[in-house]
Design a protein around this ligand. Structure first.
Ligand code: NDP
Length: 329
């Protein structure tokens, strides 16, 4: 199959949401090991904002197509590809270049989507759900004895993670901004929800746990919740910093971990947990079975046309979204 002209969003220079340009680009034929996907739904993630704003370096040379999550149909495969074939319904979480009607993806990054899960739902849960899974099952092995704090519990990752943690039997304390999101987090299985816009979350965690505090804190808010998050941990507890929604955590002295109670700290990223194809497929199967069994309920995502990616990113940055957002090409 030869290349063709499609619509995509591109970033020519990093900056505000106005830097996202909807334009025509060429997509080539798939090379060795690649598949070409005609996309039906594209997941919106906070990392897209970091790539656009400049908090993270450009993932590819400028101008680049942002986005790391999508679902669609395989329309061509390159040499040596046997894992997928033309017509397969697939998704991915990771390779940048998702904000487009069609794109090339390394075939070993694709996973099949079960029939029971529609395209928009799949594109709303792959990256966020795989993240929730490794955080709860690998970064720290959460179980019935675990008491954990999950910040931004009503967000995309938080909505899935809080349900999953509660299905694993943990006591889940969530934080959320404002009464509507607090209510949503409660419905998602948080035993306790703290409105961290109006309440002191450290004091509330102390009250809720009767001074015992948490085994693990999952913090994607970053700058605004650090170092207070450390004060929510038991001695030898684990601080998991996995995002920067309010800005990056500033450099700190490692002795701080000793003063706060011999704490552990990690800064993980999804790519290191699913770098092998077998790990990716196993994790995706686990995620999809949690959804199809009903253990994790996924609300229909909020949708924006692909051309309005700037408005979607602005809503995410301004904390106006709850759950997941999907762009429709
Ligand atoms: P969310 O839907 O969770 O949106 C971010 C939420 O963070 C907001 O809705 C808001 O919730 C909260 N927040 C708190 N302070 C701020 C602020 N100053 N500005 C903006 N938001 C703020 O996004 P995603 O589900 O896409 O991602 C969640 C986090 O997880 C991100 O930080 C992302 O980078 C990270 N992530 C990390 C991965 C990894 O492997 N390390 C992989 C995937 C995501 P509220 O209003 O309730 O405070």
């Amino acid at each position: 199959m030869s290349g063709s002209t499609i619509h995509a969003i591109r970033v020519h220079e990093q900056g505000g949401a106005d830097k996202l340009r909807f334009e025509e680009i060429e997509v080539g034929a798939p090379g060795k090991g690649e598949a070409r996907i005609r996309q039906t739904a594209v997941g919106l993630n906070f990392i897209d904002v970091y790539h656009r704003s400049g908090l993270y370096p450009p993932p590819q040379p400028l101008p680049f197509v942002p986005g790391s999550e999508g679902v669609g149909i395989v329309e061509a495969v390159g040499e040596g590809v046997s894992a997928v074939k033309v017509g397969d319904r697939v998704g991915y979480a990771g390779p940048t270049g998702a904000y487009a009607e069609a794109r090339l993806v390394p075939a070993d990054r694709l996973v099949p989507i079960p029939d029971a899960i529609d395209d928009a739902t799949a594109a709303s849960v792959l990256l966020k759900g795989l993240t929730a899974r490794y955080l709860l099952r690998q970064t720290y092995v959460v179980g019935p004895q675990t008491v954990l704090l999950f910040h931004a519990a009503a967000g995309g990752v938080g909505s899935i993670a809080c349900q999953w943690a509660s299905a694993l039997g943990a006591t889940v304390i969530g934080t959320a901004g404002g009464p509507e999101k607090v209510e949503r987090a409660r419905k998602l299985g948080c035993a306790h929800v703290i409105d961290y816009r109006s309440e002191d979350f450290v004091a509330r965690v102390g009250e809720i746990t009767k001074g015992e505090k948490c085994d693990v804190v999952y913090d994607s808010v970053g700058k605004d919740t650090f170092p207070a998050s450390l004060d929510c941990l038991k001695p030898r507890g684990l601080f998991v910093s996995f995002g920067n929604s309010s800005g990056a955590v500033e450099a700190f002295e490692i002795n701080l971990l000793q003063r706060k109670g011999s704490l552990y700290a990690t800064r993980p990223t999804l790519g290191n947990y699913v770098s092998k194809h077998a790990e990716l497929v196993e994790a995706a199967d686990d995620l999809f079975s949690m959804i199809t069994s009903g253990a994790i309920r996924v609300d229909a995502p909020q949708t924006f046309p692909l051309a309005d990616a700037g408005a979607a990113q602005t809503a995410l940055e301004q904390r106006r979204t709850h759950g997941s957002v999907v762009l429709i090409p």
